[in-house]
Design a protein around this ligand. Structure first.
Ligand code: MN
Length: 264
């Protein structure tokens, strides 16, 4: 099979062409290697992207092709190993791909929908930044700070990840990620992770975060059986700190689907 590589997302329809097993490719950086200086150096960025991220893409492809081979032979004696490789390298490829686009040479402050949703849930942009900073700073060992949209709760949340895949919450969609593996900052900041995260705030691409948030808001992970009551009960009546965002969360009623055959 000839790998076709990751397909660009079709943002209007939400449809993404399937990536064949072993067909993942390292996405190019959306800016030159020196574009994030002085916050992240050219050498740091080049090694991080060209070597570390590339290794996750290679590991993901290897795991997928190994599983194709195991399925063909109906021999799953190594399935535990390959499933672990699939989770680690696949999550690493996804998070790094988001990390690059989450940065831009001249960052700014969150505005519009992103700001409204942050204020609605975290109370203020400052409170959000403090929690995100501490969460990312306090990741034990290698990991990530991750701002996610949780379709099941209909709001944002801050999570952290050990490595790339531990401590996550199913169904969430990352919209803003910061890599806190030492390989992300050691050349520039040695062991000063706090200085790196503070510098990283200067290159956050908030328009990209908003684009990701709008796409994430269209996702649905039902928590109830078809036509059944909500498993998590009614939404709390107490207002969120800061009140709801103007104009609501932007969530629309889900479009009427084709339905389930045989179900009225
Ligand atoms: Mn990394």
């Amino acid at each position: 099979m000839v790998p076709k590589g990751d397909q660009p997302e079709a943002e209007t329809s939400g449809a993404v062409l399937p990536v064949p097993p072993g067909g993942h490719r390292l996405p190019p950086l959306p800016y030159p290697y020196n574009a994030l200086e002085p916050y992240i150096s050219e050498t740091q960025l080049r090694i991080h992207h060209d070597r570390h991220h590339a290794a996750y893409v290679e590991g993901l492809n290897t795991a997928e092709l190994a599983l194709v081979d195991e399925r063909a032979r109906l021999d799953f004696s190594l399935v535990r190993y390959w499933e672990r490789e699939l989770a680690f390298n696949g999550s690493g490829h996804i998070l790094h791909s988001i990390y690059w686009t989450n940065m831009i040479p001249s960052g700014g402050e969150p505005t519009g929908l992103v700001r409204d949703c942050i204020v609605s849930y975290f109370g203020s942009v400052r409170a959000f930044r403090e929690q995100f900073f501490r969460a990312a700073l306090d990741v034990e060992g290698s990991g990530w700070g991750v701002l996610v949209w949780q379709p099941q709760w209909g709001r944002l949340e801050i999570l952290t990840a050990w490595r790339h895949e531990d401590l996550t919450q199913w169904g969430t969609i990352p919209v803003l990620v910061v890599d806190t593996w030492e390989h992300a900052y050691y050349l520039d900041y040695q062991n000063r992770r706090a200085d790196y995260i503070r510098a990283w705030w200067n290159v956050v691409n908030w328009p990209d975060v908003e684009r990701r948030l709008r796409l994430a808001m269209a996702a649905q992970v039902p928590m109830q059986s078809y036509g059944g009551p909500a498993a998590h009960g009614p939404m709390p009546s107490a207002p969120m700190p800061g009140g709801p965002p103007p104009g609501g969360t932007g969530l629309a009623e889900p479009p009427p689907g084709p339905g389930i055959p045989g179900v009225p």
